[in-house]
Ligand binder design. Structure first.
Ligand SMILES: C[S@@+](CC[C@H](N)C(=O)[O-])C[C@H]1O[C@@H](n2cnc3c(N)ncnc32)[C@H](O)[C@@H]1O
Length: 205
């Protein structure tokens, strides 16, 4: 989906429902991944950083990556005013770009929340996240279950996934090199008066 879409909604993105959902996703990540408080965390497709905000205190340094300059600007403003911890980095990173240069860094935990369904070809993103994790590091992906197109019915230029079949996503994670893949119920999202389930997939490099 076009970066311009996310640039356009960034300033008004945060609301109580998204804050609450981000907290539930962060709680599910904390329940699924053993954390010491020192983890180097990459949130990929971080948007305004709501999940990172909910994880702060439970992990170490946060790095927020997003392809939308509008979203990055809101995240940077949060760092500036202290809503995200000092030292939080905000990166322009799009792993679908065939010319992308992977940062020479290693993370202990990579998180992505409601991002992957926007990305038609997952392979370069899953492979890129695998390479960015230290051996033994965890990936946590929160996303929508298959919905027959009902969730994005209002977006006429939507070219992503109508949610995911859990087994199929697990196979794609294994194909990218991940092991110990689990997928559990996580939270829900209400749109057009309908409740959509959100799962959390966790895997290890
Ligand atoms: C629905 S928003 C979710 C934001 C945030 N993760 C949350 O849960 O509140 C999807 C985000 O993914 C980002 N995104 C979409 N495609 C991307 C890509 N190829 N690389 C990096 N970020 C991407 C968008 O810019 C947007 O900020």
């Amino acid at each position: 989906m076009a970066r311009e879409h996310f640039d356009g909604i960034a300033q008004d993105y945060d609301d109580q429902e998204k804050v609450d959902r981000a907290r539930q996703i962060a709680e599910a990540v904390r329940a699924a991944v053993p954390l010491t408080g020192r983890e180097r965390v990459l949130e990929y497709g971080a948007g305004t950083g709501l999940v990172a905000q909910a994880l702060q205190g439970a992990v170490g340094q946060l790095t927020l990556a997003d392809s939308s300059s509008g979203m990055r600007q809101v995240a940077e403003e949060k760092v500036a005013v202290g809503s995200l911890p000092e030292g939080t980095r905000v990166w322009d990173l799009d792993l679908t770009d065939p010319d992308v240069k992977l940062p020479d860094e290693a993370f202990d935990l990579a998180v992505s929340s409601l991002v992957l369904h926007h990305i038609p070809d997952l392979a370069p993103v899953l492979t890129g996240l695998h390479r960015l994790l230290a051996p033994g590091g965890h990936l946590a992906v929160a996303d929508l279950d298959s919905d027959d197109g009902r969730f994005h019915t209002h977006l006429h230029d939507f070219d992503g996934h109508d949610g995911f079949d859990r087994q199929s996503l697990a196979r794609q994670l294994r194909a990218a090199g991940f092991t110990d893949v689990t997928v559990e119920d996580c939270t829900t999202l209400v749109k057009h008066g309908e409740v959509f389930p959100v799962f959390l997939a966790v895997a290890r490099r």
